[in-house]
Design a protein around this ligand. Structure first.
Ligand SMILES: C[S@@+](CC[C@H](N)C(=O)[O-])C[C@H]1O[C@@H](n2cnc3c(N)ncnc32)[C@H](O)[C@@H]1O
Length: 240
C-alpha cells in the first residue's frame, strides 16, 4: 500500500522513504507527547516518566558502560532511580544518587520500601545549588566510573547550568545524558508552550557542545528516532 505524507508546503513525501520515516517519527513524538505517553510506563512497580524506547536505550548504555555510580537530577516518583538501581543490581555493585528539589513523602516511602532501595541515595534540593552539587561530589567519592543523567527542570538556562556543574563528575569515556531535548519539537502541539521553541534542553546541549569540545554526541542512542532525548547522549572523549 502506498502511503504519502503531505508537508505544509504541499510537498508529497513517501512515508516509507528515509525522509518519511524521520517525519513519521517526529509526528509520533508530537502526538504522543500530546497524549502524555511518557507518563504511562512503570518500572518494577514505580512510575517512570520516560518513553519506552528511551528506557531501552539507557539500558543498553548502562550495560555497556557498567558504571559504579549513576547520578540523576529529577527523581519525581522514583521510577528512573529504581530502573538505574535494577541495572546496577544486575551488575552486582554501585549506587544511584538522585537529586530533586522536592521529594514528595509518598514517593519517598514507595522507593524506600522497594527491594532496590539499598542502591538509591536521595538528596533534596535544587540541582544547581552549590551545596547540593558539593554533596553529590562528596557522595561519589574518588575513582569511580560515573554516568550522569539530567532530567529535572527542562529550561534552557537550568539545563545549561546543570551541564556545566555535572559534566566534570563524569568519568572519561562515560556519558552525560541530557533528557527531554524534544521539548524543542513540541512547542506547537495543542498542549505545548510557544516559549519551548527557544527555551529547551536541546538548545542547552548544543551550546554546551560549542563551549566544551571534549564532549560529543553519540547518535547511536538516538537510532530508534522516536525519543525524548535528541542529541542527548553526550560522550566525554576518551582522551579527555
Ligand atoms: C520529568 S521529572 C523527572 C522524571 C524522572 N527522572 C523519571 O524518569 O521518572 C522532573 C523532576 O525534576 C524536579 N525538579 C524541578 N526543578 C528542579 C531543580 N531545580 N533541581 C532538582 N530537581 C528539580 C521536579 O520536582 C520533578 O520531580
Amino acid at each position: 500500500m502506498k502511503l504519502k505524507l503531505i508537508a505544509e508546503d504541499g510537498k508529497e513525501i513517501d512515508a516509507y522513504s528515509d525522509e518519511g520515516y524521520k517525519l513519521v517519527a517526529e509526528l509520533w513524538t508530537k502526538v504522543s507527547v500530546q497524549h502524555k505517553l511518557m507518563y504511562e510506563p512503570t518500572w518494577l512497580g514505580i512510575p517512570i516518566i520516560q518513553y519506552p524506547g528511551d528506557v531501552l536505550m539507557m539500558q543498553e548504555l548502562i550495560w555497556k558502560l557498567r558504571p559504579e555510580v549513576i547520578v540523576e537530577t529529577g527523581f519525581a516518583h522514583g521510577g528512573s532511580a529504581i530502573f538505574y538501581a535494577s541495572m546496577l543490581e544486575l551488575l552486582g555493585r554501585g549506587k544511584v544518587i538522585s537529586v530533586d528539589i522536592e521529594i514528595r513523602q509518598y514517593n519517598r516511602v514507595a522507593v524506600q520500601s522497594h527491594p532496590l532501595s539499598h542502591r538509591i541515595e536521595t538528596i533534596e534540593g535544587s540541582s544547581v545549588d552549590p551545596a547540593v552539587v558539593a554533596e553529590v561530589k562528596n557522595r561519589i567519592g574518588d575513582g569511580h566510573k560515573v554516568l550522569v543523567t539530567l532530567d529535572s527542570n527542562h529550561s534552557y538556562e537550568h539545563v545549561l547550568k546543570e551541564m556545566e556543574l555535572f559534566a566534570p563528575m563524569v568519568s572519561s569515556n562515560s556519558y552525560l545524558v541530557a533528557i527531554d531535548g524534544a521539548q524543542a519539537l513540541v512547542s506547537d502541539i495543542p498542549r505545548g508552550k510557544e516559549e519551548w521553541r527557544d527555551d529547551n534542553p536541546l538548545r542547552a546541549i548544543h551550546e554546551f557542545l560549542e563551549r566544551n569540545p571534549e564532549w560529543e554526541v553519540d547518535p547511536y542512542y538516538n537510532r530508534l528516532l522516536v525519543t525524548s532525548n535528541p542529541d542527548g547522549f553526550l560522550r566525554r572523549r576518551p582522551e579527555c
